[in-house]
Design a protein around this ligand. Structure first.
Ligand SMILES: [Zn+2]
Length: 170
């Protein structure tokens, strides 16, 4: 998780180790301090670009798969690792551990950084409340044009992904 730039506070929450220990491991691996600052709390961030919408859908689907086989503490890290590999660019290249594209120098080298991704998977649910309202405003949808699965806000009227919707208006 440290190699994937997960913040120390998130590692502590996922694994149960102390924040001090997580910071120590972080510093030893990355040779600098774990970034601190406010934890993500804005769900609309995931909807702001087409890439984020598709990457969010990929993350949620990998996590749903991982959860079937792995305990909670391992499932997310496993899903995020595969997310980072899949979205790394060159699928033909062979990597060894030193050049593993899942491990990148900073949070900004991921379209969705680890800590934001963790916020997404802990917030997302398809559960509905007593009056039929969704408990989370985010919703995975299948695009009516290209069949791709993307993330939307439940209030969006558009039933096409942003790629297809933008094509139509051009
Ligand atoms: Zn589409």
């Amino acid at each position: 998780m440290v190699k994937m730039q997960a913040r120390a506070c998130v590692i502590s929450r996922i694994t149960g180790i102390s924040l001090a220990d997580a910071r120590k491991i972080w510093h030893a691996q990355n040779k600098r301090s774990s970034p601190s600052g406010q934890q993500p709390n804005d769900l609309s961030w995931f909807l702001k670009t087409t890439v984020r919408r598709y990457h969010s859908a990929l993350l949620l689907s990998l996590y749903a798969q991982a959860k079937l086989k792995l305990p909670d503490y391992a499932a997310f890290a496993h899903a995020y690792y595969h997310y980072a590999r899949i979205t790394s660019g060159d699928p033909q290249r062979h990597y060894d551990e030193a050049t593993d594209p899942a491990f990148r120098p900073t949070e900004n080298d991921y379209a969705i950084p680890f800590s934001r991704a963790h916020y997404l998977i802990t917030s997302y649910t398809d559960e509905v409340g007593l009056i039929g309202n969704r408990k989370c405003p985010l919703q995975l949808r299948r695009c009516k044009c290209c069949d791709g699965v993307y993330l939307a806000d439940e209030s969006e009227v558009e039933r096409a992904c942003t790629l297809c919707a933008n094509k139509k208006t051009r």
